[in-house]
Design a protein around this ligand. Sequence first.
Ligand SMILES: [Zn+2]
Length: 469
Amino acid sequence: MSITLYSLGAAEEVTGSKHVLEVDGRMILIDCGAFQGRRAEADRKNRQFDVPADKLDAVILTHAHYDHCGLLPLLGLNGYKGNIYATPATRDLANIIMMDSARIQAHDAAFLEKQAVKHGTDFNWKPLFDEADVVSTANQFVTVSYNRPTCLMPNVMLEFFDAGHILGSAMAVLTITEKDGTITKIAYTGDLGRKGKAIIRDPAILPPVDYIVLESTYGNRKHESTDDALKMLADVAQKALKMNGKIVIPAFAIERTQELVYYFHTLVDKKLIPEIPIYVDSPMAVNATSIFQIHPECYDTDTYNAFIKHHKNPFGFNSLKFVTSVDESKALNKLDGPFIIISADGMCEAGRITHHLANTIEDPQNQILLVGFMAEHTLGRRLQNRELEVKILGEWHKVRADIVQINAFSAHADYEEATDWLKEMDTTSLKKIFMVHGEPDVQLVFKEYLESNGYPDIQIVKYGETYEI
Ligand SMILES: [Zn+2]
C-alpha cells in the first residue's frame, strides 16, 4: 500500500494551511486555508489555487480560522463534489468566516471599481468567491463530533480529538488498515492549543500513532501562563475604575472576544472587580457569540458546571452590551468612562476599532489593551512598539493613553507546552514527526528542542516534496 503526504500551503510558513494525504492514489485534503499578510501578496497567492479539487476524495477541516478554512469555497468552484468533515462547532464558525470573507471581497470589488472609474483606469479585480458559493460549501459539510470514529473511505477511518485551540478545533487522527491487517495511524494537529484556556477543553492526549504532522507556530516562544491573564485583566479594570478611564481592546470577533467576556464575567462573579460596563462593538462578534452559546459540548468542566448546570449564560451578563448599529457605535464616543470596548479587527487595521482608537488614544486616563498577535506593518504592531505618534484613518494622533499588553491569551502551544503534550502521549510507536505551520528559523529552534527531548526523527515539510510513509 502506498501512503504519501505533502503540503500545498503552510510549509515553512504560518498561513494558507493545505495538506494532502494520499492513500493508494486516493486524495484526502486536510484544511483549505487562505494566505494572510500583505494584501497584494496574499491576493496573488490565493489566486494561484493549485489544489487539484476535482481529484480529491475527501476533505477534513481541523478548525474555523480563516487561514485553515478560507478557501474551501474554491474547492466546489474547481470541481470538488465530496464531503467536508468537521466538528459541528467548526462548521458553524467556518460558515460565518467564509460568508464574512465573501462580503468583504464584494465590498472591495465595488470600491476598486469606483476608484477605477474615477481615475479612468482599467478594472479587472474579481472576488475569489461570492455568497452563493459559500452556501454551496456549507452544503458539503458532514459533521463528526469528537471521539466518534467515522469511515472516511474503505480502509480509512477518521477520528477527531480536542485540540484546545478555539471552539470546535480538532486534531484529526487517520487510521489506515491494509489488506494484511497492518495499521498505520497518522495524526494532524491542525493548530495545537494550550492547557487552561477559558471556555474550551485542554488539548486531548492522543492514542499512540505512527506519525504526527505537528504545527510549530510558536516553536521558539514561551507564553505567559493562562493563570496570569485574570490577574492582569483585573489590574487593568481597577485602573480604569480609579481614573474613570476607557479600556479599548482590539480583538478578533471569534474566540478572543468571547474569551475576554468570559474572563470579565468571572472577575465580577468572584468579586475581584465591581461591575463595569462592557460594549462588544462588532456585528460579527454577536453572531459568533450565539454559536458559542449553542455548543456546550465543547465547553471545559468549569464553563459547563458554572453556566449550564446553573442555567447561566457565560457570554452575557448585566453590564455587557452588544453593539450592532453604526449609530450605537458612534454614540460610545460621547460616553464618559469607566467602561470597556471590545471591537474588531484584532490588528487595528480596519473596522470600528479604528474609530474607537482615534477617539481615545490621546487621553492619558485611557488604556489600550493588546491581547493578540500583531503582524508587521499594522497599526496594532506600531502600538505594540510604543510609537509616540500613529496615523489612524489618515490623521496623526499622539499616543498618550497607556498601552498594556497581555500575551497570556495565545491560542497556540509554545515550544514547552507542545513538547509536554507530546510527553503525555504514548509515543513508543511514533516513527516520525512532520513539522508544518511555522517560520523556518522558528522551526529549526523547535526541531532542536524536540530532538534534545528524545524525538530524533523530525522532518520539516517543504514545498514540492512528497514524503513516503
Ligand atoms: Zn488556528
